[in-house]
Design a protein around this ligand. Structure first.
Ligand code: AMP
Length: 363
């Protein structure tokens, strides 16, 4: 199947009634502040929901229209696309939208204008592409081990499809690697294929900052809008157990995100924070034009040497932006008014309409 044609999307946008644009998204992830922010900027809003999942959007009064689907993946059905286009909808993609709709469907058959660059989503989804983009941007990442035999210090072992930290493990030698793999295989948690595709990287001992950037293609400027730190099961549970009981409990850590704390970073690290964002934006323009339009997130660990080490990126709005639905310390400094990431997206769309440049920020 062919890719969604950029010219077709441009044509759809050209035909939209610009005085009656609807901001739409899937009812999950960051939909609350995407929709709330759209209303703050004066747009109509629509949410695509499975029956029963509409409660928060109804109760918080953020959606003007509800489009019900049997299952979330049905957002790509022709009938739903028709409804969205008839509302002059611009869809804001988030992590759950991409996961439920499926990246191939988003690329190949979702003929509704989306905010940002839909082609960049694959660069987040594929570990090798993500690594290439980050490293070529000059960003420090955890060192990657090509062979388990080379393990010479603490490493984190990650498996495909296990993003979100379930089943990751830490080990410090080849023997320990084999022991843990054997144990996980005996429990039926891993296949030989998983093991062959294991990703092994340096374990970075440090503190976690997920930095939420917004790249305005209209202003050609990178903004830092907020930061969060992850609250993860069961690693954050394990550290609440005293050392002796920890040893006896023999629990393996997992890193499944269950919540987020807002956080600010040491001010002297901010030049590096901006540098990383600027460099990534420039590299993304080269690798996947027009680049990283709109929100993106760098998930970092700051080590003892005060290095910012990036272990993951989101090339769209990240779930941690839920920590600043009413603005963060940084968005307040930048805007002097409550500015969530959702609102920032709609502000960009509003500015693009004024400047007749909607095609610059949609695909
Ligand atoms: P990920 O699935 O890559 O987002 O990782 C899940 C969690 O594992 C992160 O939120 C971190 O707490 C932790 N983590 C990931 N990579 C590393 C690393 N290289 N060193 C230490 N911790 C890591």
């Amino acid at each position: 199947m062919g890719k969604v044609n950029k010219e077709d999307i441009k044509e759809i946008i050209d035909k939209y009634d610009k005085s009656n644009i609807t901001i739409a998204t899937l009812g999950s992830h960051t939909a609350l502040h995407i929709l709330r922010g759209a209303k703050q900027e004066g747009f109509r809003t629509a949410v695509v929901c499975e029956k029963g999942k509409e409660v928060p959007y109804e109760r918080f009064g953020v959606a003007d229209e509800f489009i019900f689907v049997e299952e979330y993946k049905n957002i790509v059905d022709e009938e739903v696309q028709d409804k969205l286009r008839s509302m002059n909808a611009i869809v804001v993609p988030h992590g759950s939208f991409v996961a439920y709709a499926g990246l191939d469907n988003v690329e190949d058959k979702f003929n509704v204008p989306m905010f940002g660059n839909r082609d960049v989503l694959r660069w987040e989804a594929e570990r090798d592409k993500e690594r290439k983009m980050l490293l070529e941007s000059g960003i420090r990442m955890p060192m990657k081990y090509e062979n388990p035999e080379d393990i010479d210090k603490a490493v984190m072992v990650k498996f495909p499809g296990a993003r979100g930290g379930q089943g990751y493990f830490i080990c410090s030698s080849y023997d320990e690697f084999n022991e843990k793999i054997d144990e996980m295989k005996s429990r039926g948690w891993l296949t030989d294929e998983d093991v062959a595709n294991a990703h092994i990287e340096e374990y970075v001992c440090g503190t976690n900052y997920c930095i939420h950037y917004f790249y305005s293609a209209l202003k050609d400027e990178v903004e830092v809008l907020g930061m969060d730190s992850r609250y993860e099961t069961n690693i954050d549970g394990i550290v609440r157990i005293p050392a002796q009981e920890q040893m006896e409990a023999n629990l393996s850590p997992s890193y499944v995100v269950s919540g987020n704390h807002p956080v600010v970073i040491r001010e002297s690290l901010l030049p590096q924070v901006f540098k990383n964002g600027d460099q990534l934006v420039e590299k993304a323009k080269e690798l996947v034009a027009p680049g990283m339009n709109g929100p993106f997130c760098l998930q970092c660990l700051v080590n003892d040497d005060r290095e910012i080490v990036v272990f993951e990126m989101s090339a769209r709005i990240d779930g941690g932006t839920n920590t600043f639905m009413n603005g963060s310390a940084y968005s307040y400094i930048q805007f002097g008014e409550p500015m969530s990431m959702g609102r920032r997206i709609s502000r960009e769309i509003k500015n693009a309409i004024k400047e007749d440049k909607l095609d610059v920020i949609t695909t």
